[in-house]
Design a protein around this ligand. Structure first.
Ligand code: PEP
Ligand code: MG
Length: 601
């Protein structure tokens, strides 16, 4: 057996077979494009000239080899899936096969190479996009929904064309534990949490997006587990089994019988605790002296919203809309977005849904949007900057999203929130854009609703001018994950400097205190949707500082509620003051921990 320790990312104890996942990102695959190396958004904007004679023939061969490889994969997949998971899922992949081998699609892609001098990759992107639009224009709802399949087919074809074996997390064997270098949010979005035991990855910290997704999906996970890929390969030479304790950050490969017994006891204890927590779901988050706060849930997809319902959240405090955009060769249409947002609004039955506009860049690339090479992506083309400062194309992305959000607001209580704000004028620009989009919908006679407008306070710059920003928005939500990373100049996903990324650093807390104070002075609600909101030790000091709303992964809700219900405001205020007066993160954490223990006793 080999035991490794990583960072505890998401609680739960599982035993399963090891599944090593080594899929390069779509962006990386496309840089293999031998013709231009810069196959940009829908077609070769780099201006490849491949139409003449042998080059066109070479590109046609690349395309047809790619189609043949993708077809072989799908045929094998249909057989395997039929045997393992039945006819229904097999039919889905049969549908993919039919679209992939459609003569019309082949002719269209070939013509793009020969007549318009695109390389094979550009031709695939264009062909897939065109087919998808054709499906979207159909009357029949079932066929219209097949448009979503085109993204999958396009991805498979691009990988096959690059000669990279395609591994999908959507159809992996049941009960496995995934081991990978990293999982992108789009990888995790493909996971069916009911089929996967959990995952362990080499990179990332507690607030990396991989860890956040694990908590959202309620999948036990360990991140920042150095050496796990090698250990997993080694384990596959033996039984290939793994036990993982996501609450403790521990993994053991090929465990002995005694270790399995021990993990089974831990698992039983974890499940009993979960049941006890579920019993708190119907109670309000009210202190002993009658102060009530809102407890919202963080989600990435409509399915996450439904999964959160048993935990009875007061709303969605953060809907990370970017998951709809990730790892698709094409951008989601307005209607696709509307459908997703309206579904969440309806699932929440009139409770507020805070929809965050597209927040990509940093560790969240999107294949359908060209990103520049950056030395410091977290300080770069990220979040609202990408939408606002971009050439028309990307403003179009935000416009489309706002149209979808406003239309969804007619189906529930949708609030719109903007990420990565660092300047006052950015908020003014966004508000002007929102007003334009609203006027456009009005002129077109479209049904839409009113939305509240808020911002994430996640840069120190925004935190320090929070008093001014509070004059022009309806609410704040503190993004403590990024606020910590930017305040302490410590990359949140870099396992090597995980010790510098100190959530309890007094500097972070002082900024949090100022933001809440600024919101209160202006009478707007202040929430927190970063991971700090779901940390038990933080619950009391945040309450004492006057936080109105906490938003977190669903399973953290009862733990925070339990603390709030046991506390009085006096205790909370004392805890807040003690944290603000601490010299170090360790001291702040210690006083917060002691205060929490005192109220729970
Ligand atoms: C944050 O930064 O705290 C936040 C909630 O946003 P994200 O984790 O998606 O960057
Ligand atoms: Mg953020």
């Amino acid at each position: 057996m080999t035991a490794l320790k990583g960072i505890a990312a998401s609680p739960g104890v599982v035993l399963g077979r090891v599944f090593v996942y080594t899929m390069p990102r779509l962006e990386a695959v496309e840089s293999r494009c031998h013709a231009c190396h810069r196959c940009a958004w829908f077609g070769c904007e780099a201006g490849v000239e491949v139409g003449e004679g042998s080059v066109a023939e070479a590109e046609l061969k690349v395309l047809h080899d790619g189609i043949a490889a993708a077809r072989d994969q799908l045929e094998n997949l249909v057989e395997r899936v039929r045997a393992e998971r039945g006819d229904d899922l097999a039919e889905v992949f049969e549908g993919h096969l039919e679209i992939l081998t459609d003569e019309g699609l082949d002719e269209e892609m070939s013509a793009a190479i020969v007549e318009r001098k695109l390389c094979a990759y550009g031709a695939i992107r264009e062909g897939i996009e065109h087919q998808r639009n054709e499906f979207l224009a159909l009357e029949d709802e079932y066929l219209r929904e097949r448009a979503d399949d085109l993204a999958d087919i396009g991805r498979r074809l691009l990988y096959a064309t690059a000669g990279v074996p395609f591994m999908s997390l959507g159809d992996i064997p049941e009960g496995v534990i995934i081991v990978a270098r990293d999982l992108t949010p789009s990888d995790t979005a493909q996971l069916d949490p009911s089929r996967v035991g959990g995952f362990a990855v080499e990179t990332g910290g507690r607030t990396s997006h991989t860890a956040i997704m694990a908590r959202t999906l309620e999948l036990p996970a360990v991140v920042g587990c150095v050496g796990i890929l090698d250990a997993a390969q080694h384990a596959l030479e033996g039984k290939g089994e793994l036990v993982l304790d996501g609450g403790k950050g521990e993994v053991v490969f090929n465990p002995s019988d005694a270790e399995i017994t021990q993990f089974e006891q831990r698992r039983a204890a974890y499940l009993a605790d979960r049941e006890a927590m579920l019993a708190l779901a119907s109670l309000p988050a009210t202190t002993r002296d009658g102060q009530t706060v809102m407890l919202g849930v963080n989600i990435g997809t409509p399915a996450d919203a439904s999964a959160a319902i048993p935990w009875n959240p007061d709303g969605v405090g953060l809907y990370r809309s970017e998951f709809l955009f990730m790892d698709q060769p094409t951008l989601p249409t307005e209607d696709q977005q509307f459908k997703a947002y309206a579904t969440v609004a309806k699932v929440m039955k009139g409770k507020p849904v805070i929809l965050r506009t597209l927040d990509v860049g940093g560790d969240k690339p999107v294949a359908a949007i060209p990103f520049p090479e950056e030395d410091n992506p977290f300080l770069g083309w990220r979040g609202v900057r990408m939408c606002l400062y971009a050439e028309e194309g990307n403003q179009g992305v935000l416009r489309t999203q706002l149209r979808a959000a406003l239309r969804a607001a007619a189906e529930g209580d949708v609030w719109v929130m903007y990420p990565m704000i660092s300047a006052y004028e950015e908020v003014l620009a966004i508000k002007a854009l929102l007003a334009e989009v609203q006027a456009e919908l009005h002129a077109q006679g479209k049904r839409y609703g009113q939305v509240k407008t808020g911002i994430m306070v996640e840069t120190p710059g925004a935190a320090m001018i929070a008093d001014k920003l509070a004059e022009i928005v309806d609410f704040f939500s503190i993004g403590s994950n990024d606020l910590t990373q930017y305040t302490l100049a410590a990359d949140r996903g870099n396992q090597q400097i995980a010790r510098c990324y100190q959530t309890f650093h007094p500097a972070v807390w002082r900024l949090v205190a100022e933001v809440i104070k600024a919101g209160k002075a202006r009478g707007i609600p202040v929430g927190m949707c970063g991971e700090l909101a779901g940390i038990e030790e933080a619950a009391l000091p945040l309450l004492g500082l006057g936080l109105d709303e906490y938003s977190m992964s669903a399973q953290s809700l009862p733990r925070i509620k339990r603390i709030i219900r046991a506390a009085s405001m006096d205790q909370a205020c004392a805890a807040a003051q003690a944290v603000l007066q601490a010299h170090t993160a360790a001291e702040a954490h210690a006083v917060a921990h002691a205060a929490m223990r005192a109220v729970l006793e």
